[in-house]
Each structure stands twice: as structure tokens, then as C-alpha cells.
Design a protein. Structure first.
Length: 629
């Protein structure tokens, strides 16, 4: 070959054999023609120079594209390996090099087989690789997509697509992505969706799912299962007295204690607040659930000294059984809940199994609530009044307003029965507003009849005193009815005081500043904390009738009353005892300096029209004579 042609090829960094066949023939022809003459030689030299420059430019452009392609591949976070039709590698990027530990010596022998061999060694179950490649046996052009579980709890997402050129299979492109962190976050989200954030226990959703699965299994088994609804007794007291942080820690401790009483196949879930629910799957008989319930009560009654020596907690547990009490989630949880309320009614710190009568009671309760709502709208409620007596002066000082309900369907319904329903349904707000207005209206009427020293006591609900406009509404009543200072007395229970103590104290202070007296009702049945008592802006302590009922037969009750009176007087409180039914009890209370009394000895609660007769001077004189006899 002529040296000129060789020179040009060398400049292009090419050999003749690397050129297409037609170009090779052309160049050889040119080379032959080159030797024919000087003129032709010059023309050919110029043609070769131009051709050489074009080849150099094309070669540089190709090199630049390869650099760009390799840079782009390396910038991709996914590991990418490209192999040809025979499985030999064509290229790979830096993430692939790091993932498969590819070094320069290994890259010379890298192929699809070695790639898969390396991958299989990383799998948690190496045999899984065969299942991944199975589709290629029937279709070489199949696309493979999936996730591989690697050792050390890692996950690798893979994708393998065929490389096609002009419709023909020319190789395969493999890409891999580490999704371990994504899987971890997904697992965390799934856990959070199905578990309680505080205790880590299954939540309502997961419990329902497990109970549904257990009930499906019951169709093929004869062994019963039990659903247990558990509620902590007086848990709110812990939050109020010790704070929510201690309350949260207590819930976590309770959860752990309950778990120690269960088997591995059982499920404990937190339903919310201080409510837990348990699934005892495949118990031998129903008595086994009773044993577990008793075990839980014992575990929860132990001291919680690690949290506070003031915590004394117990629980009430309701139990329902499948299939006897139901075959679906709703029936079983509802009946276990009913049984739990029965356990509370039995005195708490106990358990009760569902009985059909509980459902009838629940239906009656729902019916009563609907009827009570109608009674409020139709003004079917009525106030009765019970007199109060000053013991040292033997003088009638006022009345306590007591609500009564004569239901057309259910007859006379006890306040102890319908007031709790009103509290739970918020009807108590409407009822409380009506009672206050009616009591004030009646007080004004008595004053117009000349009884201007008679006072009126009205019971309040905790929901009333926490209403934002409560103080304004009382001020409006005092203004509307022109009630003198000291004649309206509002009674709150001892337990209500602890319910948001700061707010309660602020409300009581505001009431007293506008001339309203404040009485603490049912004293002695709740916390009886001197720490709280000395903070209260109150005027009167009302001793619960449970201490008064057997006063002359119970030295301990007498000592309690004497102590209450002594403490109350030290704190400048008046003391009134309710439930006084005989002269002997009145005389004992007078001897221990009880300031006021009320009870059947004076009169049973009476409607407003009878109060006017009761207040007649002749009747009052006869009453005083009888009390002094």
C-alpha cells in the first residue's frame, strides 16, 4: 500500500481493515490512481486529506458521546450492567462496581453468569434466584421485575429488560436499586397504622382484623374464644392528681403487666384512653377466661412504686364468648363492653360475663335517653324542694332544689338513673340551665310572699361550670331576678373539684365575688384532701348521708363527722348534714356543732305548691315545737 495512504490512515488512528469494504476498495483504487501522474496525485492527496479530517472528526464525536454516556450511567444511583446476546458484559456503571465488588481483573471475565452467581450468594434464600430466572426459559425477551431479600435484612429491587436492535435480541440490561431504607419506612408506617403509638400494642384496627380471622377459624373448630373488655378504675384521678406524663407511663406499665398474664397466641390491644381489649383464642372452656381475668386483676392491683406511691389502680373487666354470645366482631365487642359496665356497677375491681339481661338494660337505657330528650323539650321535668334547718337557732334557712321526672312511659324515674344519662349525652346542660332558672324564679316568688330570708341551693354539673359562658349566665340570673347576696347557693360534688382544679377554683372565686355561696356536696366520699380543701373558695361542706344514716349506732362514723366539722370550722366553712331522719340524729349533730341539717325529719322533698303551705307560720311553729320536744 502506498505510503501516502498509510500516512493518512495513521493520522486517523485507523487501519484499512477497520474501514467498511466499499471504502477499502475506494482507497485502494485511489492509491493505484495516485501513482499514475502528478496532477492526479495532487487531487488525490487533497481528497485524502479531506477524508482523513472527516474521519478524525467522526472519531472524536463518537469518543465524546461515549464519555457522556459513561458519565450519565455513573451518575445514576441504580446499579446498571449491560451484557450482549451471549451474556458477556458490554458496560457497567460505578454503583454496579460498588454493589458487586467489581475490580479491574474481575471485569475482564464479567458476564451474566458471574453476575447472577454473585447475586445468588447475597440472597437470604439463594434458591430464590432460580424462581426469578424461570420466565427466561420460555421467553428470552421476558422482562424481569421484582424485589430480592438479601442477608442482614436488606432488600434489592431488580429490573432486567431485553436489549433489542432492529427487532432482534442483542443482549440484556440489568438494573438494581437498594430499597432497604424504603422497606424500613414502609414497615414503620404499617406498624404505626396498626399499633398504638404510646404502648406499642395493636390498635383497634389490628384487633378487629385478628378477631375476624379467629372467628373464621372457629367455623372449623369447636373450642370457644373469649373477648375481654378492660377499663381502668378511676384512671382520670391519676392524670388529674399526678399529671398526664405519669398517666402515660402507668398505661405502658399496665399493658406490660397484662401481657404477662396472656399466652403467645392471645392478643392485647389498646382501644383508646384507659380501655384495653383482649382476644383469648382457642381456650379450653369459658372458665379459662375467668382464670385469666382474675390473674389480670391481681397483677394490676400490685403497687406502682416505680411511678408513684400514690397510685392505687384497679380495673373492671367484661367478658363475652364466641360462639355463645355472638359470631361477629360487633356483637362480641359490644357485649364485652356491656359486661364491663356491669363489673363497674358491681363495685369495680372485678369481672363479669355477659348476660342477656344486660342487653335489655342497654336497650332500656337508650330508650330512656330518647325519652329524656323529649322530656326536656316538652318541659316534663319538675323541681321539688327540701328544707334546711339551722341547728343552733332552730330556724328554717332555705331549700335545696331537687329535680324530678314523672315519665309517661316509665313512671317516676329516679335522678340517680336519669342524671348519669343526661351527663353522658350533654342533656345535662339544657337541664341545668332550666333548673337554675326555675329555682331562681321560685325563690323570687317566695320573697314576694314575705319570706325574704329563705335561700335556695342548686346542684351543678361539672359540664356546667366548665362552660365558657357559665359565670356570665349566673351573673345574668342574679341581675334578672334581683337575688340578694347569700341567698343563692350552688353545690358541686367533691369529685368535681378535682376535675381541672385550677379552672374550678377560678369559677368558685368568681361566684363568691358576685354574692353566690358555694357548697361542697357529698364530702367524705371522694378525695377528702386537706390540700385541696384549703384552696377552695367555698362556704359550706355538706356531709354525705352515708355517714349520717347510722350515726347513733356507729362510733366510727361519729368520729369521722366530728373530724370533718372540726376541720371545716378551722377553715371557716359551715357544715350541713343531709339524710337526717330522726330527732336522735339531730341532737347528736347539734352536740358536735354541725351548723345545718336537712332530711326527712324536716320534710320529704315537695313540689312548689306545697312549699307555700309549709312556710305558713302555723306550720313552721309546729315544726319547731316538734324539733324542740
Amino acid at each position: 500500500m502506498h505510503r501516502l495512504l498509510a500516512k493518512q490512515l495513521k493520522r486517523a488512528n485507523l487501519s484499512l481493515e477497520q474501514l467498511p469494504e466499499q471504502l477499502q476498495t475506494l482507497l485502494l483504487n485511489v492509491d493505484q490512481a495516485y501513482q499514475q501522474g502528478d496532477e492526479d496525485r495532487r487531487l488525490l492527496e487533497r481528497s485524502l486529506d479531506l477524508m482523513s479530517e472527516e474521519m478524525v472528526a467522526q472519531n472524536n464525536q463518537l469518543s465524546q458521546r461515549l464519555v457522556t454516556l459513561n458519565t450519565t450511567l455513573d451518575a445514576i444511583q441504580d446499579a446498571v450492567i449491560v451484557v450482549d446476546k451471549q451474556g458477556h458484559y458490554l458496560t457497567y456503571n460505578q454503583p454496579a462496581k460498588a454493589l458487586f465488588n467489581i475490580d479491574s481483573s474481575f471485569s475482564n471475565t464479567l458476564n451474566e453468569a458471574s453476575l447472577l452467581e454473585s447475586l445468588g450468594a447475597k440472597l437470604e434464600v439463594p434458591g430464590d434466584l432460580l424462581g426469578i430466572l424461570h420466565p427466561l426459559e420460555d421467553n428470552k425477551q421476558a422482562e424481569l421485575v421484582g424485589v430480592l431479600s438479601l442477608r442482614q435484612a436488606k432488600y434489592l429491587e431488580y429490573c432486567s429488560r431485553p436489549k433489542m436492535i432492529d427487532g432482534e435480541l442483542a443482549g440484556r440490561v440489568w438494573s438494581f436499586r437498594d430499597i432497604t431504607e424504603l422497606k424500613r419506612k414502609e414497615a414503620q408506617i404499617r406498624f404505626q397504622a396498626c399499633h398504638d403509638a404510646l404502648t406499642g400494642l395493636p390498635n383497634r384496627q389490628l384487633f378487629v382484623d385478628r378477631l375476624e380471622q379467629a372467628l373464621l377459624q372457629k367455623k372449623r373448630q369447636t373450642a370457644p374464644l373469649a373477648v375481654m373488655f378492660l377499663d381502668l378504675d378511676h384512671f382520670k384521678d391519676v392524670n388529674d392528681l399526678l399529671g398526664h406524663e405519669v398517666g402515660d407511663k402507668l398505661l405502658c406499665t399496665v399493658a406490660k403487666r397484662i401481657e404477662t398474664c396472656l399466652r403467645e397466641q392471645d392478643t392485647l390491644a389498646r382501644f383508646g384512653g384507659d380501655e384495653f381489649i383482649l382476644l383469648l383464642d382457642t381456650i379450653s372452656d369459658e372458665n379459662e377466661a375467668l382464670v385469666v381475668a382474675n390473674r389480670i386483676l391481681t397483677a394490676l392491683s400490685k403497687p406502682y412504686d416505680e411511678l408513684s406511691d400514690q397510685i392505687k389502680i384497679s380495673s373492671s373487666i367484661g367478658i363475652a364468648y364466641a360462639p355463645r354470645h355472638g359470631r361477629n366482631v360487633e356483637d362480641l365487642t359490644r357485649k364485652a363492653d356491656m359486661a364491663m359496665y356491669q363489673a363497674k356497677a358491681l363495685g369495680r375491681n372485678t369481672f363479669a360475663s355477659f348476660q342477656p339481661k344486660m342487653e335489655a338494660q342497654a336497650l332500656y337505657r337508650l330508650s330512656l335517653e330518647a325519652r329524656l330528650r323529649a322530656a326536656v323539650q316538652n318541659q316534663e321535668l319538675e323541681l321539688y324542694f327540701q328544707p334546711k334547718l339551722h341547728t343552733r337557732e332552730m330556724r328554717l334557712i332555705g331549700f335545696e332544689a331537687l329535680i324530678r321526672w314523672h315519665c309517661p312511659e316509665h313512671g317516676i324515674v329516679s335522678p340517680g338513673e336519669f342524671i348519669p344519662i343526661a351527663e353522658q349525652s350533654d342533656l345535662i346542660l339544657d337541664i341545668g340551665e332550666w333548673v337554675l332558672n326555675e329555682a331562681c324564679r321560685q325563690l323570687v316568688k317566695w320573697r314576694e310572699l314575705g319570706h325574704d330570708q329563705i335561700g335556695m341551693a342548686v346542684n351543678l354539673s361539672v359540664k356546667q361550670i366548665h362552660q365558657p359562658n357559665f359565670i356570665d349566665s349566673i351573673a345574668a340570673l342574679m341581675e334578672e331576678y334581683q337575688i340578694p347576696d347569700g341567698l343563692l347557693e350552688l353545690e358541686i360534688t367533691e369529685s368535681m373539684v378535682i376535675d381541672n382544679i385550677d379552672t374550678t377554683i377560678a369559677v368558685l372565686e368568681a361566684l363568691r365575688q358576685m354574692g353566690v355561696k358555694v357548697a361542697i356536696d357529698d364530702f367524705g366520699t371522694g378525695y377528702s384532701s386537706l390540700n385541696y380543701l384549703r384552696q377552695l373558695p367555698a362556704d359550706t361542706l355538706k356531709i354525705d348521708q352515708s355517714f349520717v344514716a347510722a350515726l347513733h349506732d356507729s362510733p366510727s362514723d361519729l368520729e369521722i363527722i366530728k373530724t370533718i366539722i372540726a376541720v371545716a370550722h378551722t377553715l371557716n366553712f359551715m357544715v350541713i348534714a343531709e339524710g337526717v331522719e330522726d330527732l336522735k340524729t339531730l341532737n347528736i349533730l347539734s352536740e358536735v356543732n354541725c351548723d345545718e341539717v336537712q332530711g326527712y325529719l324536716l320534710s320529704r322533698p315537695m313540689p312548689a305548691e306545697l312549699v307555700e303551705s309549709f312556710l305558713q307560720p302555723a306550720h313552721i311553729n309546729r315544726l319547731y315545737e316538734a324539733l324542740n320536744s
